[in-house]
Design a protein around this ligand. Sequence first.
Ligand code: FES
Ligand SMILES: [Fe+2]
Length: 359
Amino acid sequence: MNPRRPARRGRLPLSLRRSPVTWERQRPTWREARPAVIAQALKRAQARPSGNWFVVGATRDIRADRPLARTVAGQEIVVWRDATGRLVAGPGACPHLGAPLRDSPVRCGTLVCHWHGLALRGAPFAGWEPLPAYDDGVLVWVRLDDVGGEPPLEAPVVPARPALARAVTAVYVGVGACEPEDVVANRLDPWHGAWFHPYSFVDLTVVDTPGTTGKAPARAEGAEGSEGEEGGEAATAQEDGFVVDVSFRVAGRLVVPVRAVFTAPEPRTVVMHITEGEGRSSVVETHATPLGADDRGRPRTAVVEAVVAASDRRGFAVARGMSPLLRPLVRAAAGRLWRDDLAYAERRWQLRSTGRFPG
Ligand code: FES
Ligand SMILES: [Fe+2]
């Protein structure tokens, strides 16, 4: 069912922009970037179930000697692995006199409170109750039913990814003064790419938007396991996508052109699937986790972005390091872009919270 362009496999995917358009002469996108289209996509995302799961960090950040600590919606959480390697999570205050367990060491899978030695092995103890935790191989999730307020799900809605064994993963974490919906709304506005991030993206065209063209919905093809395994809701999210043709800048006029599909499988996640071009089947997942208010009363939100980069080019071997052609994708997803995108999200929140948001 997935119509694919002729295989590009084996061909050099780099292009040279022949007559580059300067930043100010590129086509304005504001007429197409209709606030209502973005708002409706956001609303549909928010209506999908999350099962009360929240991303708290990267799997590789779980260390043997200390817990991973995160505050989610004002609740301190600690996550570690027990003696069997199982992921355990629970409140970050010691049940004895409230010591911050984030500063306590883990010894042989036991979290030992550094104030008076209370030992937590992951089971309920002295009033401390564990929380459901989930390791998807790249990210760690915790279920907080009182925060989410939805019917709980057994497992989080994990986006379809390329096989991890042949992928390169990277996780970026940033924090902004905004709510999760501001982060999600930023990712559901693909039109800002070449204007706002000209150092990473050029020649951006949004070729399909959900619910506006009357065409068959675009599928996020190329992601293994994305078909036939997921239920109706997830399949709907897969089809409700923005399809974008864009080039990642490598250096000067050298670019890597790709087609990307943006979907929101659950209220706090936006996924970009590369469906054509170098890195086909790679995904960039943006997860927004509410942290709680800062000392000025502003909401704070963590952006946890996972890149799972794959390549079907012959010779791609993780052991030999990341393909240089995938680097633009990984870089594009990381620090510099999020400095700008968090400014966008924070600006959106400022305007919303003061009744000045035009959308
Ligand atoms: S506060 Fe943790 S053991 Fe006393
Ligand atoms: Fe952006």
